[in-house]
Design a protein around this ligand. Structure first.
Ligand SMILES: *Cc1c(COP(=O)(O)O)cnc(C)c1O
Length: 351
């Protein structure tokens, strides 16, 4: 029997369910964020499933990511918004399906002068975080420039970085006033909220929600909406079971060093830290045949699990089946846990 490596199975029905559910819940459209390999889910599968479900635009952090997506030939009408500034005007002109974030006013004037259509531009406003974006002090001049040149933009957005609830409300009011001062009819899409902000606030002026986590049915500790459905599962087969009672070594370590006293059998699965399944998962639990078993050792290519005599080669194993437990055990947050899963793990559709 040839047993393949552990796979990430993507449930496209759950993905589209989450999009629909969020749209109805808040009465806004979704701009799904698919940066970092779609939060580890595999960007190609996610983007194709989204497009099949009618989604025409997604967002990424870097130009590189947009270039990769466009190589997949999703569709002529499919757009990718890049958050970082793309300095190279030729690059922008040669990639008409990329929507660009305009991160300062000087850049805006330069792009207009170079003949880049404003309906490919999304203006990023800096609400005082000072990271990047058009400064609040530049908005009056920007408004004037927009009117004089009769510009209509693809969008306007900012980042809601509130540390407490009241600050968040203030920022929403500020953002709303700024958008209105330029003229909200100048923008096809207006967006402010990421996943946490969607859970905490309404933003009336926004037409879209710019969400990653919730799209994938993942929720930060402290939130729980049972209507969202997890999109991924990490699963595969036991690649072999060994009786280790008489062995001195297990994989590369002395059995005595492994702290697996009383364990008679070790099951091997094909996933390791080379796949982004980190060593810190050692001593956590996985599921085989609906029963919990403890992970004894993670090597670069394989992971060994303490099992009993009931587990056989070819049995199904589930990893990270309870994401909250995995987060608590590893001390990583959900974003980190998933984005470190490497491209070596095959991503496949469920349906
Ligand atoms: C990553 C990112 C998001 C999505 O954040 P989630 O918490 O996953 O919803 C939204 N906006 C920007 C600018 C981002 O970089």
């Amino acid at each position: 029997m040839v047993i393949n490596s552990i796979k990430m199975v993507i449930d496209q029905k759950n993905l589209l369910h989450n999009i629909d559910y969020l749209k109805n819940l808040r009465g806004k459209d979704i701009l799904p964020v698919v940066k970092a390999n779609a939060y580890g889910h595999g960007v190609e599968l996610i983007v194709k499933a989204l497009y099949a479900g009618g989604q025409k635009e997604v967002a990424v952090a870097r130009y590189m990511e947009a270039e990769n997506i466009l190589k997949m030939n999703i569709g002529d009408d499919f757009k990718v918004l890049v958050f970082e500034s793309i300095g190279d005007i030729e690059l922008i002109k040669n990639n008409p399906n990329i929507d660009i974030a305009v991160n300062d006013f000087a850049e805006l004037k330069e792009f207009i002068k170079a003949g880049i259509p404003s309906n490919r531009m999304q203006l990023k406003i800096d609400l005082g975080f000072g990271r990047n974006g058009i400064a609040i002090s530049e908005i009056p001049e920007l408004g004037k420039f927009t009117t004089e040149n009769n510009l209509k933009y693809k969008g306007i957005f900012s980042h809601l970085f509130a540390v407490n609830y009241e600050d968040g409300l203030e920022l929403i009011t500020l953002f709303t006033d700024l958008v209105n001062s330029i003229g909200k009819d100048k923008f096809e899409m207006i967006h402010l909220q990421n996943s946490a902000a969607v859970m905490n606030y309404d933003c009336e002026i926004a037409t879209h929600m710019r969400v990653g986590m919730l799209t994938y049915g993942l929720q930060e500790v402290g939130y729980f909406d049972p209507n969202l459905r997890q999109v991924f599962s990490l699963e595969g087969q036991i690649a072999g079971v060994r009786d280790i009672e008489d062995n001195k070594y297990v994989a590369y370590e002395l059995k005595d060093d492994l702290d697996i006293e009383g364990c008679k059998y070790l099951a091997k699965i094909k996933i390791g830290y080379g796949d982004g399944f980190l060593k810190r998962n050692e001593k956590s639990k996985c599921i085989i045949n609906n029963k919990e078993f403890k992970i004894a050792q993670v090597t670069m290519d394989n992971t060994f699990i303490e099992v009993d005599g009931s587990v056989k080669e070819g049995d199904t194993v589930l990893l990270y089946n309870d994401i909250t437990k995995a987060v608590n055990f590893t001390g990583m947050n959900i974003y980190e846990l998933l984005t470190v899963l490497s491209p070596r793990i095959p991503r496949v559709y469920k349906y």
